[in-house]
Design a protein around this ligand. Structure first.
Ligand code: TYM
Length: 341
């Protein structure tokens, strides 16, 4: 049996090249080596208010982006989190074994909570739901960008705590980061990671942006006070531009030095923009084709949800048995240890 991979993206709109380089491109690379599940995490998105009509549209847009990136729906299950009740169910069971202090320490909770007038409980519980996403499928590998590393550590802590309280139940998931592109920074401010929600029209390159906009945003990117690329002294803005080029092009460090040492920033930016456009143009053509086929995305999501649900029943049943909760599910596992293959 192949080990499982699980990862997810919030359908909060404006997916950008950070999401692509940190997560999606890595998913595509490894999807055939594992039993892969890729989830559109709408329950996570509603931890901050989303306009319902926009959220519905963004869920389908995100599914289109998964497919246009090269996720193969025959090999990988693509589904929406709220179509699989096991996520919310397991999240509650895990909440009951998670100390409050672990959640209050989460960096993303502190940052997001600081931006809200009223801090919803869902924001605090966010990483428990994420742990449930992963543990529900006994996923061994979780390919993500670097900003999710702390949530993955928490997932292992929760799994370990559950296992020590109730007996061996969960597979311990490992974090899989890409070697380049694990943290793409904001183009206008290379001190912060590129993010969907950051304000400012010069912050991110969206996956569906036009070539003109891509050239414009990259031409405005923050660099440093050097006149040209110096690998010894370059600032974070230049490093970020080079990282984007390298991640898209698959160049080695030596090739990057040979191509860019001493290059003036105007030329560097032109080359980075053309590299991004070369990759995004065929991606966008695929996206347009996929999303113009009536009912196609919905059928992919239905098939993915069926596959995900079928796996989820086994874990929910196992966890219920472990905790002493009542279960008479027809999917019950006679020997719980077998579910952790
Ligand atoms: P989200 O929706 O913020 O981002 C989706 C994926 O993109 C990566 N990413 C980045 N990588 C490199 N540079 C960046 N600037 C950048 N910004 C985002 C993220 O690391 C992520 O891999 N909590 C998650 C969603 C989630 C999830 C899960 C992930 C929910 N359940 C279970 C893995 C497994 C999130 O908000 O990702």
């Amino acid at each position: 049996m192949k080990a499982r991979v699980l990862s997810g993206v919030q359908p909060s709109g404006n997916l950008h090249i950070g999401n692509y380089l940190g997560a999606l491109s890595n998913w595509v690379r490894i999807q055939h080596d594992y039993e892969s599940l890729f989830c559109i995490v709408d329950l996570h998105a509603v931890t901050v208010y989303q306009k319902p009509d926009e959220l519905r549209a963004q869920i389908l847009e995100t599914a289109g982006i998964f497919l246009a990136s090269g996720i193969d729906p025959k090999a990988s299950a693509i589904f929406v989190q709220s179509s699989v009740p096991g996520h919310a169910e397991l999240a509650w069971m895990l909440t009951c074994v998670t100390p409050l202090g672990w959640l209050e320490r989460m960096t993303q909770f502190k940052t997001k909570a600081a931006a809200q007038q009223t801090i919803g409980d869902g924001l605090l519980q966010y990483p428990v739901l994420m742990s449930a996403d992963i543990l529900l499928y006994q996923a061994a590998i979780v390919p993500v960008g670097d900003d999710q590393s702390q949530h993955l550590e928490l997932t292992r802590d929760i799994a370990q705590r559950f296992n020590s309280l109730y007996g061996e139940t969960f597979v311990m998931p490992s974090t899989n980061l890409p070697s380049v592109g694990a943290r793409v920074m904001g183009l206008d401010d290379p001190a912060v990671k590129m993010s969907k929600s950051a304000p400012g029209s010069s912050h991110a390159v969206g996956l569906l942006d036009s070539p003109d906009r891509i050239r414009k945003v990259i031409s405005r990117a923050t660099t440093d006070s050097n006149p040209a690329v110096d690998f010894e002294t370059m600032g974070p803005g230049v490093k970020n531009l080079l990282g984007i080029f390298q991640a898209f092009g698959g160049h080695t460090a030596d090739q990057m030095h040979a191509q860019f040492s001493g290059m003036r920033y105007g030329d560097l930016k032109k080359q980075v923009a053309e590299m991004v456009i070369t990759h995004l143009e065929p991606f966008q053509a695929r996206y347009r084709r996929i999303t113009s086929e009536p009912g196609y995305l919905e059928s992919v999501l239905k098939d993915g949800a069926d596959r995900a649900n079928a796996i989820s029943y086994g874990t929910i049943d196992l966890v219920k048995r472990r905790m002493g909760l009542y279960t008479e599910s027809p999917n019950c596992i006679q020997d719980p240890a077998k579910a952790v293959a």
